[in-house]
Design a protein around this ligand. Structure first.
Ligand code: SF4
Length: 474
Protein backbone atom coordinates (compact mmCIF):
# COMPACT_ATOMS: atom_id res chain seq x y z
CA UNK A 1 0.00 0.00 0.00
CA UNK A 2 1.20 3.54 -0.69
CA UNK A 3 2.61 5.30 2.38
CA UNK A 4 1.97 8.85 3.47
CA UNK A 5 4.09 11.76 2.42
CA UNK A 6 6.76 12.33 5.03
CA UNK A 7 5.87 16.00 5.35
CA UNK A 8 2.49 17.28 6.43
CA UNK A 9 1.71 20.92 7.11
CA UNK A 10 -0.15 22.02 10.21
CA UNK A 11 -3.89 22.50 9.57
CA UNK A 12 -4.60 25.88 7.96
CA UNK A 13 -5.17 28.62 10.51
CA UNK A 14 -6.93 30.93 8.08
CA UNK A 15 -9.86 30.33 5.73
CA UNK A 16 -8.88 29.53 2.13
CA UNK A 17 -10.65 32.73 1.00
CA UNK A 18 -7.98 34.75 2.86
CA UNK A 19 -5.21 32.93 1.02
CA UNK A 20 -7.03 33.53 -2.26
CA UNK A 21 -6.97 37.29 -1.83
CA UNK A 22 -3.32 37.19 -0.65
CA UNK A 23 -2.26 35.18 -3.69
CA UNK A 24 -4.20 37.52 -5.97
CA UNK A 25 -2.20 40.46 -4.59
CA UNK A 26 1.14 38.65 -4.70
CA UNK A 27 0.63 37.36 -8.23
CA UNK A 28 -0.54 40.74 -9.53
CA UNK A 29 2.99 41.98 -8.76
CA UNK A 30 4.86 38.76 -9.56
CA UNK A 31 3.23 38.02 -12.93
CA UNK A 32 5.29 38.86 -15.99
CA UNK A 33 2.30 39.92 -18.06
CA UNK A 34 -0.76 42.07 -17.27
CA UNK A 35 -2.44 39.11 -15.49
CA UNK A 36 -0.92 35.98 -13.93
CA UNK A 37 -1.09 33.01 -16.28
CA UNK A 38 -1.50 29.36 -15.34
CA UNK A 39 -1.08 26.22 -17.42
CA UNK A 40 -3.01 23.28 -15.96
CA UNK A 41 -2.43 19.98 -17.73
CA UNK A 42 -4.58 17.03 -16.70
CA UNK A 43 -3.73 13.42 -17.49
CA UNK A 44 -5.95 10.36 -17.19
CA UNK A 45 -9.58 9.71 -16.40
CA UNK A 46 -12.66 11.95 -16.27
CA UNK A 47 -12.45 12.08 -12.48
CA UNK A 48 -9.07 13.72 -12.88
CA UNK A 49 -10.48 16.07 -15.52
CA UNK A 50 -13.19 17.07 -13.02
CA UNK A 51 -10.48 17.69 -10.38
CA UNK A 52 -8.56 19.77 -12.92
CA UNK A 53 -11.65 21.95 -13.41
CA UNK A 54 -11.77 22.57 -9.64
CA UNK A 55 -8.09 23.48 -9.61
CA UNK A 56 -8.69 25.95 -12.43
CA UNK A 57 -11.79 27.27 -10.67
CA UNK A 58 -9.73 28.15 -7.60
CA UNK A 59 -6.94 29.65 -9.70
CA UNK A 60 -9.51 31.78 -11.51
CA UNK A 61 -10.58 33.21 -8.12
CA UNK A 62 -6.92 34.02 -7.44
CA UNK A 63 -6.86 36.12 -10.60
CA UNK A 64 -5.19 33.65 -12.98
CA UNK A 65 -6.01 33.40 -16.66
CA UNK A 66 -5.13 30.24 -18.56
CA UNK A 67 -2.67 29.38 -21.28
CA UNK A 68 -1.42 26.23 -22.96
CA UNK A 69 2.02 27.74 -23.66
CA UNK A 70 4.66 26.85 -21.06
CA UNK A 71 6.70 29.98 -21.74
CA UNK A 72 3.70 32.22 -21.05
CA UNK A 73 2.92 30.64 -17.69
CA UNK A 74 3.71 31.98 -14.22
CA UNK A 75 2.41 28.73 -12.75
CA UNK A 76 2.40 25.24 -14.28
CA UNK A 77 0.38 22.44 -12.66
CA UNK A 78 0.48 18.84 -13.89
CA UNK A 79 -2.54 16.91 -12.56
CA UNK A 80 -1.23 13.37 -12.91
CA UNK A 81 -2.61 9.84 -13.41
CA UNK A 82 -1.29 6.66 -11.78
CA UNK A 83 -3.35 4.06 -13.56
CA UNK A 84 -0.62 2.73 -15.85
CA UNK A 85 3.15 2.73 -16.01
CA UNK A 86 3.11 4.34 -19.44
CA UNK A 87 1.08 7.31 -18.13
CA UNK A 88 3.55 7.75 -15.25
CA UNK A 89 6.56 7.61 -17.56
CA UNK A 90 4.99 10.30 -19.72
CA UNK A 91 4.51 12.53 -16.68
CA UNK A 92 8.13 12.08 -15.54
CA UNK A 93 9.31 12.88 -19.09
CA UNK A 94 7.17 16.01 -19.26
CA UNK A 95 8.22 17.16 -15.79
CA UNK A 96 11.88 16.68 -16.77
CA UNK A 97 11.33 18.92 -19.80
CA UNK A 98 10.13 21.73 -17.50
CA UNK A 99 13.69 22.21 -16.23
CA UNK A 100 14.54 24.24 -19.32
CA UNK A 101 11.35 26.28 -19.00
CA UNK A 102 12.28 27.11 -15.41
CA UNK A 103 15.78 28.13 -16.51
CA UNK A 104 14.23 30.59 -18.94
CA UNK A 105 11.84 31.85 -16.26
CA UNK A 106 13.25 31.33 -12.73
CA UNK A 107 10.15 32.82 -11.07
CA UNK A 108 7.95 30.07 -12.59
CA UNK A 109 6.12 27.99 -9.96
CA UNK A 110 5.88 24.29 -10.85
CA UNK A 111 3.31 22.13 -9.03
CA UNK A 112 2.40 18.45 -9.38
CA UNK A 113 -0.79 16.88 -8.07
CA UNK A 114 -3.19 14.01 -8.81
CA UNK A 115 -3.06 10.27 -8.20
CA UNK A 116 0.66 9.77 -8.82
CA UNK A 117 1.48 12.23 -6.07
CA UNK A 118 -0.39 10.11 -3.53
CA UNK A 119 2.32 7.47 -3.84
CA UNK A 120 5.32 7.77 -1.55
CA UNK A 121 7.82 6.39 -4.08
CA UNK A 122 6.73 8.99 -6.62
CA UNK A 123 6.91 11.87 -4.15
CA UNK A 124 10.36 10.68 -3.14
CA UNK A 125 11.52 10.58 -6.75
CA UNK A 126 10.25 14.12 -7.31
CA UNK A 127 11.99 15.25 -4.14
CA UNK A 128 15.33 13.78 -5.18
CA UNK A 129 15.41 14.04 -8.96
CA UNK A 130 13.32 17.12 -9.77
CA UNK A 131 14.55 19.89 -7.44
CA UNK A 132 12.92 22.57 -9.60
CA UNK A 133 9.41 21.34 -8.66
CA UNK A 134 8.07 23.69 -5.98
CA UNK A 135 4.83 22.09 -4.83
CA UNK A 136 3.52 18.51 -4.68
CA UNK A 137 0.02 17.85 -3.36
CA UNK A 138 -2.30 14.85 -3.20
CA UNK A 139 -5.88 14.25 -4.35
CA UNK A 140 -7.41 14.88 -0.92
CA UNK A 141 -6.15 18.44 -0.46
CA UNK A 142 -7.16 20.08 -3.73
CA UNK A 143 -9.42 22.43 -1.76
CA UNK A 144 -6.35 23.71 0.09
CA UNK A 145 -4.58 24.83 -3.08
CA UNK A 146 -4.70 28.56 -2.11
CA UNK A 147 -2.98 27.89 1.22
CA UNK A 148 -0.43 25.50 -0.35
CA UNK A 149 0.43 27.99 -3.07
CA UNK A 150 0.74 30.78 -0.51
CA UNK A 151 3.11 28.68 1.64
CA UNK A 152 5.17 27.73 -1.43
CA UNK A 153 5.58 31.35 -2.50
CA UNK A 154 6.09 33.01 0.88
CA UNK A 155 8.17 30.36 2.71
CA UNK A 156 10.52 29.82 -0.19
CA UNK A 157 10.62 26.05 0.62
CA UNK A 158 9.38 23.18 -1.46
CA UNK A 159 6.00 22.01 -0.17
CA UNK A 160 4.91 18.34 -0.17
CA UNK A 161 1.40 17.83 1.15
CA UNK A 162 -0.97 14.90 1.14
CA UNK A 163 -3.27 15.74 4.03
CA UNK A 164 -3.94 13.80 7.19
CA UNK A 165 -6.11 10.70 7.63
CA UNK A 166 -9.29 12.71 8.07
CA UNK A 167 -8.89 14.41 4.71
CA UNK A 168 -9.37 11.27 2.60
CA UNK A 169 -12.78 10.76 4.22
CA UNK A 170 -14.23 14.19 3.67
CA UNK A 171 -16.05 15.83 0.79
CA UNK A 172 -15.55 19.54 0.27
CA UNK A 173 -18.55 21.22 -1.35
CA UNK A 174 -18.73 24.61 -2.99
CA UNK A 175 -15.36 24.74 -4.76
CA UNK A 176 -15.45 27.01 -7.80
CA UNK A 177 -15.31 25.09 -11.10
CA UNK A 178 -13.80 26.35 -14.34
CA UNK A 179 -15.48 24.08 -16.90
CA UNK A 180 -13.50 23.40 -20.04
CA UNK A 181 -16.50 23.29 -22.39
CA UNK A 182 -20.03 24.64 -22.60
CA UNK A 183 -21.81 21.60 -24.07
CA UNK A 184 -20.57 18.69 -21.95
CA UNK A 185 -20.09 18.73 -18.20
CA UNK A 186 -18.70 16.35 -15.59
CA UNK A 187 -20.50 16.03 -12.29
CA UNK A 188 -18.80 14.01 -9.54
CA UNK A 189 -21.33 12.09 -7.42
CA UNK A 190 -18.88 10.11 -5.31
CA UNK A 191 -15.20 9.73 -4.55
CA UNK A 192 -12.89 6.79 -3.87
CA UNK A 193 -13.37 3.06 -4.17
CA UNK A 194 -13.72 0.16 -1.71
CA UNK A 195 -13.28 -2.69 -4.16
CA UNK A 196 -9.54 -3.32 -4.18
CA UNK A 197 -9.38 -5.04 -7.55
CA UNK A 198 -5.99 -6.69 -7.31
CA UNK A 199 -4.40 -4.70 -10.17
CA UNK A 200 -5.75 -1.27 -9.28
CA UNK A 201 -4.11 1.56 -7.42
CA UNK A 202 -7.21 3.74 -7.15
CA UNK A 203 -8.33 2.72 -3.62
CA UNK A 204 -4.84 3.61 -2.36
CA UNK A 205 -4.62 6.99 -4.06
CA UNK A 206 -8.24 8.17 -3.89
CA UNK A 207 -9.30 6.71 -0.55
CA UNK A 208 -12.48 4.97 0.56
CA UNK A 209 -15.87 5.40 -1.07
CA UNK A 210 -17.79 8.48 -0.02
CA UNK A 211 -20.87 9.92 -1.68
CA UNK A 212 -22.01 13.50 -2.07
CA UNK A 213 -25.50 14.12 -0.76
CA UNK A 214 -28.32 13.93 -3.33
CA UNK A 215 -29.22 17.52 -2.42
CA UNK A 216 -25.74 18.83 -3.33
CA UNK A 217 -25.74 16.82 -6.57
CA UNK A 218 -29.24 17.97 -7.54
CA UNK A 219 -28.32 21.61 -6.96
CA UNK A 220 -25.23 21.36 -9.17
CA UNK A 221 -27.17 19.37 -11.78
CA UNK A 222 -29.93 21.99 -11.98
CA UNK A 223 -27.37 24.75 -12.36
CA UNK A 224 -25.76 22.86 -15.26
CA UNK A 225 -29.10 22.36 -17.01
CA UNK A 226 -29.93 26.03 -16.46
CA UNK A 227 -26.55 27.07 -17.87
CA UNK A 228 -27.38 25.13 -21.05
CA UNK A 229 -25.15 22.05 -20.72
CA UNK A 230 -26.54 19.31 -22.92
CA UNK A 231 -24.53 16.25 -21.93
CA UNK A 232 -23.96 15.73 -18.21
CA UNK A 233 -21.86 12.77 -17.09
CA UNK A 234 -22.17 11.61 -13.49
CA UNK A 235 -18.79 10.44 -12.24
CA UNK A 236 -17.62 7.95 -9.65
CA UNK A 237 -15.18 5.03 -9.59
CA UNK A 238 -18.13 2.74 -8.95
CA UNK A 239 -21.38 4.69 -9.29
CA UNK A 240 -23.46 1.60 -8.54
CA UNK A 241 -22.47 1.74 -4.91
CA UNK A 242 -23.44 5.41 -4.70
CA UNK A 243 -25.29 6.43 -1.55
CA UNK A 244 -24.61 3.36 0.57
CA UNK A 245 -22.60 5.27 3.15
CA UNK A 246 -24.90 8.30 3.42
CA UNK A 247 -26.76 8.99 6.66
CA UNK A 248 -29.95 8.43 4.66
CA UNK A 249 -28.81 5.78 2.13
CA UNK A 250 -30.23 5.94 -1.39
CA UNK A 251 -29.39 3.87 -4.45
CA UNK A 252 -27.79 5.16 -7.63
CA UNK A 253 -31.02 4.35 -9.50
CA UNK A 254 -32.95 6.59 -7.11
CA UNK A 255 -30.44 9.37 -7.67
CA UNK A 256 -30.75 8.94 -11.45
CA UNK A 257 -34.56 9.17 -11.26
CA UNK A 258 -34.30 12.32 -9.14
CA UNK A 259 -32.02 14.02 -11.68
CA UNK A 260 -33.97 12.74 -14.69
CA UNK A 261 -37.08 14.47 -13.32
CA UNK A 262 -35.45 17.88 -13.88
CA UNK A 263 -37.05 19.46 -16.96
CA UNK A 264 -34.79 20.54 -19.80
CA UNK A 265 -33.12 19.63 -23.08
CA UNK A 266 -30.17 17.45 -22.03
CA UNK A 267 -28.99 13.90 -21.61
CA UNK A 268 -27.42 12.11 -18.67
CA UNK A 269 -24.52 9.68 -18.83
CA UNK A 270 -22.70 8.02 -15.98
CA UNK A 271 -19.51 6.14 -15.37
CA UNK A 272 -18.15 3.84 -14.15
CA UNK A 273 -20.61 1.03 -13.48
CA UNK A 274 -19.15 -2.00 -11.72
CA UNK A 275 -20.84 -5.21 -12.97
CA UNK A 276 -20.78 -6.61 -9.41
CA UNK A 277 -23.13 -3.85 -8.25
CA UNK A 278 -25.16 -3.19 -11.42
CA UNK A 279 -28.80 -4.18 -10.87
CA UNK A 280 -31.95 -4.79 -12.90
CA UNK A 281 -33.30 -1.69 -11.20
CA UNK A 282 -30.52 0.32 -12.84
CA UNK A 283 -31.33 -1.11 -16.28
CA UNK A 284 -35.05 -0.42 -15.76
CA UNK A 285 -34.24 3.14 -14.73
CA UNK A 286 -32.29 3.71 -17.95
CA UNK A 287 -35.11 2.18 -20.00
CA UNK A 288 -37.79 4.34 -18.39
CA UNK A 289 -35.76 7.56 -18.20
CA UNK A 290 -36.61 10.70 -20.12
CA UNK A 291 -33.04 11.96 -20.43
CA UNK A 292 -30.85 8.97 -19.59
CA UNK A 293 -28.65 7.94 -22.48
CA UNK A 294 -29.04 4.38 -23.78
CA UNK A 295 -25.39 3.72 -23.18
CA UNK A 296 -23.90 1.52 -20.49
CA UNK A 297 -20.17 1.38 -19.84
CA UNK A 298 -19.81 -1.91 -17.99
CA UNK A 299 -16.15 -2.95 -17.65
CA UNK A 300 -15.74 -6.73 -17.56
CA UNK A 301 -11.88 -6.77 -17.74
CA UNK A 302 -11.63 -10.51 -18.53
CA UNK A 303 -13.92 -13.18 -19.95
CA UNK A 304 -12.36 -15.95 -17.86
CA UNK A 305 -13.58 -16.87 -14.38
CA UNK A 306 -10.19 -17.83 -12.94
CA UNK A 307 -8.68 -14.53 -14.08
CA UNK A 308 -11.71 -12.58 -12.78
CA UNK A 309 -11.23 -14.23 -9.40
CA UNK A 310 -7.53 -13.34 -9.33
CA UNK A 311 -8.52 -9.79 -10.24
CA UNK A 312 -10.93 -9.76 -7.28
CA UNK A 313 -13.73 -8.49 -9.49
CA UNK A 314 -16.57 -10.13 -7.56
CA UNK A 315 -18.59 -11.51 -10.51
CA UNK A 316 -18.38 -14.39 -12.95
CA UNK A 317 -18.59 -14.46 -16.72
CA UNK A 318 -22.04 -16.07 -16.40
CA UNK A 319 -23.33 -13.34 -14.11
CA UNK A 320 -21.96 -10.65 -16.44
CA UNK A 321 -23.57 -12.20 -19.50
CA UNK A 322 -26.89 -12.64 -17.69
CA UNK A 323 -26.89 -8.93 -16.82
CA UNK A 324 -26.06 -7.99 -20.40
CA UNK A 325 -28.87 -10.26 -21.64
CA UNK A 326 -31.37 -8.53 -19.39
CA UNK A 327 -30.08 -5.12 -20.49
CA UNK A 328 -30.36 -5.97 -24.20
CA UNK A 329 -33.90 -7.33 -23.79
CA UNK A 330 -35.01 -4.30 -21.78
CA UNK A 331 -33.26 -1.67 -23.94
CA UNK A 332 -32.98 -3.04 -27.51
CA UNK A 333 -30.96 -0.04 -28.80
CA UNK A 334 -28.54 -0.09 -25.85
CA UNK A 335 -24.92 0.67 -26.68
CA UNK A 336 -22.52 -1.31 -24.50
CA UNK A 337 -18.89 -0.39 -23.95
CA UNK A 338 -16.28 -1.91 -21.69
CA UNK A 339 -12.70 -1.93 -20.36
CA UNK A 340 -10.43 -4.93 -20.84
CA UNK A 341 -7.03 -5.84 -19.43
CA UNK A 342 -4.89 -8.10 -21.62
CA UNK A 343 -2.10 -10.17 -20.08
CA UNK A 344 -3.05 -10.09 -16.40
CA UNK A 345 -0.32 -11.96 -14.43
CA UNK A 346 -0.68 -15.70 -15.00
CA UNK A 347 -3.29 -15.35 -17.78
CA UNK A 348 -2.85 -18.02 -20.45
CA UNK A 349 -3.67 -17.69 -24.14
CA UNK A 350 -6.64 -20.06 -23.69
CA UNK A 351 -7.97 -17.83 -20.92
CA UNK A 352 -7.44 -14.78 -23.10
CA UNK A 353 -9.55 -16.49 -25.80
CA UNK A 354 -12.46 -16.45 -23.33
CA UNK A 355 -12.23 -12.65 -23.49
CA UNK A 356 -12.34 -12.72 -27.28
CA UNK A 357 -15.34 -15.05 -27.09
CA UNK A 358 -17.14 -12.73 -24.69
CA UNK A 359 -16.72 -9.63 -26.84
CA UNK A 360 -18.13 -11.58 -29.78
CA UNK A 361 -21.16 -12.66 -27.76
CA UNK A 362 -21.89 -9.16 -26.42
CA UNK A 363 -21.10 -7.04 -29.50
CA UNK A 364 -19.70 -3.93 -27.81
CA UNK A 365 -19.82 -0.67 -29.74
CA UNK A 366 -16.37 0.20 -28.41
CA UNK A 367 -13.76 -1.04 -25.98
CA UNK A 368 -11.02 0.58 -23.93
CA UNK A 369 -8.29 -2.04 -24.05
CA UNK A 370 -5.05 -2.06 -22.08
CA UNK A 371 -2.09 -4.35 -21.63
CA UNK A 372 -1.67 -5.13 -17.93
CA UNK A 373 0.63 -2.69 -16.19
CA UNK A 374 1.97 -3.51 -12.70
CA UNK A 375 1.24 -0.83 -10.07
CA UNK A 376 3.41 -0.53 -6.99
CA UNK A 377 1.63 -1.61 -3.81
CA UNK A 378 -1.09 -3.71 -5.48
CA UNK A 379 -1.53 -7.46 -4.98
CA UNK A 380 -1.23 -8.27 -8.69
CA UNK A 381 2.18 -6.59 -8.90
CA UNK A 382 3.54 -9.42 -6.73
CA UNK A 383 1.99 -12.25 -8.80
CA UNK A 384 4.18 -14.35 -11.12
CA UNK A 385 3.90 -12.97 -14.65
CA UNK A 386 5.58 -15.44 -17.04
CA UNK A 387 4.10 -14.25 -20.37
CA UNK A 388 6.45 -11.95 -22.30
CA UNK A 389 5.58 -8.39 -23.28
CA UNK A 390 5.84 -9.41 -26.97
CA UNK A 391 3.34 -12.21 -26.51
CA UNK A 392 0.91 -9.92 -24.67
CA UNK A 393 1.28 -7.41 -27.43
CA UNK A 394 0.22 -10.06 -29.99
CA UNK A 395 -2.86 -10.89 -27.91
CA UNK A 396 -3.63 -7.20 -27.68
CA UNK A 397 -3.47 -6.84 -31.47
CA UNK A 398 -5.76 -9.85 -31.87
CA UNK A 399 -8.26 -8.32 -29.46
CA UNK A 400 -8.21 -4.93 -31.20
CA UNK A 401 -8.70 -6.37 -34.67
CA UNK A 402 -11.60 -8.55 -33.45
CA UNK A 403 -13.22 -5.52 -31.85
CA UNK A 404 -12.71 -3.43 -34.99
CA UNK A 405 -14.75 -5.95 -36.94
CA UNK A 406 -17.45 -6.03 -34.26
CA UNK A 407 -17.64 -2.22 -34.09
CA UNK A 408 -17.76 -1.95 -37.88
CA UNK A 409 -20.62 -4.45 -37.99
CA UNK A 410 -22.49 -2.63 -35.19
CA UNK A 411 -22.11 0.66 -37.06
CA UNK A 412 -23.13 -0.89 -40.41
CA UNK A 413 -26.33 -2.18 -38.76
CA UNK A 414 -27.25 1.41 -37.98
CA UNK A 415 -27.33 2.51 -41.63
CA UNK A 416 -30.88 3.62 -42.46
CA UNK A 417 -31.76 4.42 -38.83
CA UNK A 418 -32.42 7.90 -37.51
CA UNK A 419 -30.35 8.94 -34.50
CA UNK A 420 -30.67 11.81 -32.07
CA UNK A 421 -27.27 13.47 -32.18
CA UNK A 422 -25.75 16.14 -29.99
CA UNK A 423 -23.69 18.34 -32.32
CA UNK A 424 -20.33 19.02 -30.68
CA UNK A 425 -17.89 20.58 -33.15
CA UNK A 426 -16.67 20.89 -36.69
CA UNK A 427 -14.37 18.05 -37.67
CA UNK A 428 -11.22 19.87 -38.79
CA UNK A 429 -10.11 16.97 -40.99
CA UNK A 430 -13.15 16.59 -43.22
CA UNK A 431 -14.97 19.88 -42.59
CA UNK A 432 -18.15 18.06 -41.54
CA UNK A 433 -20.07 18.68 -38.36
CA UNK A 434 -19.43 16.05 -35.73
CA UNK A 435 -21.57 14.83 -32.87
CA UNK A 436 -22.43 11.77 -30.84
CA UNK A 437 -25.44 9.51 -30.75
CA UNK A 438 -27.17 8.60 -27.54
CA UNK A 439 -25.00 5.46 -27.56
CA UNK A 440 -21.86 7.66 -27.74
CA UNK A 441 -20.98 6.79 -31.35
CA UNK A 442 -19.41 9.54 -33.46
CA UNK A 443 -21.51 10.80 -36.40
CA UNK A 444 -20.18 13.17 -39.07
CA UNK A 445 -22.61 15.01 -41.34
CA UNK A 446 -22.99 18.20 -43.36
CA UNK A 447 -24.59 21.11 -41.61
CA UNK A 448 -24.43 24.67 -40.39
CA UNK A 449 -22.07 25.60 -37.54
CA UNK A 450 -25.02 27.16 -35.70
CA UNK A 451 -26.21 23.63 -34.92
CA UNK A 452 -23.26 23.11 -32.55
CA UNK A 453 -24.60 22.61 -29.03
CA UNK A 454 -28.05 21.37 -30.08
CA UNK A 455 -29.71 18.00 -30.50
CA UNK A 456 -30.72 17.17 -34.04
CA UNK A 457 -32.00 14.13 -35.91
CA UNK A 458 -29.54 12.55 -38.31
CA UNK A 459 -30.35 9.82 -40.82
CA UNK A 460 -27.41 7.42 -40.96
CA UNK A 461 -26.33 6.84 -44.54
CA UNK A 462 -22.90 5.21 -44.23
CA UNK A 463 -20.47 3.73 -41.75
CA UNK A 464 -16.70 3.50 -41.88
CA UNK A 465 -15.15 1.41 -39.14
CA UNK A 466 -16.57 2.86 -35.92
CA UNK A 467 -17.67 6.24 -37.34
CA UNK A 468 -21.12 6.93 -38.76
CA UNK A 469 -21.97 9.37 -41.54
CA UNK A 470 -25.37 10.87 -42.14
CA UNK A 471 -27.69 13.68 -43.16
CA UNK A 472 -29.44 16.09 -40.90
CA UNK A 473 -33.20 15.70 -41.33
CA UNK A 474 -34.38 18.82 -39.57
S1 SF4 B 1 -13.67 -0.89 -9.05
FE1 SF4 B 1 -11.69 -1.93 -9.10
S2 SF4 B 1 -10.75 -1.15 -10.99
FE2 SF4 B 1 -12.40 0.26 -10.48
S3 SF4 B 1 -11.43 1.88 -9.24
FE3 SF4 B 1 -12.25 0.35 -7.81
S4 SF4 B 1 -10.52 -1.02 -7.42
FE4 SF4 B 1 -10.03 0.16 -9.29
Amino acid sequence: MADKFPIHLAPPVRPQADYISDIAQIMAVRARGPVPMALVHTYGCQQNVADGEKIKGQLGEMGFSFTDKEDEADLIIFNTCAVREHAEDRVFGNVGALKNVKQRNPSLIIALCGCMMEQEHVAERIRKSFPFVNLVFGTHVIHRLPELLFTTITDGHRVFERGDDSEDKQIVEGLPIHRDGDIKAWLTVMYGCDNFCSYCVVPYVRGRERSRTPEAILEEFKSLVKAGYKDITLLGQNVNSYGKSLDKPISFSELLKMLDAVDGDYRIRFMTSHPKDATHELIDTIANGRHISHHLHLPFQSGNDRVLKEMNRGYTREKYLALVDYAKQTIPDLSLTSDIIVGFPGETYEEFLDTIDLIQIVGFTSLYTFIYSPRVGTRAAKMPDPVSADEKSKWFTELCSTQEQIAAQRCAEMIGTTQRVLVEERNEKNGLLSGRTDGNIIVDFTGDEQLIGSFIKVKITAARNWILYGESIQ
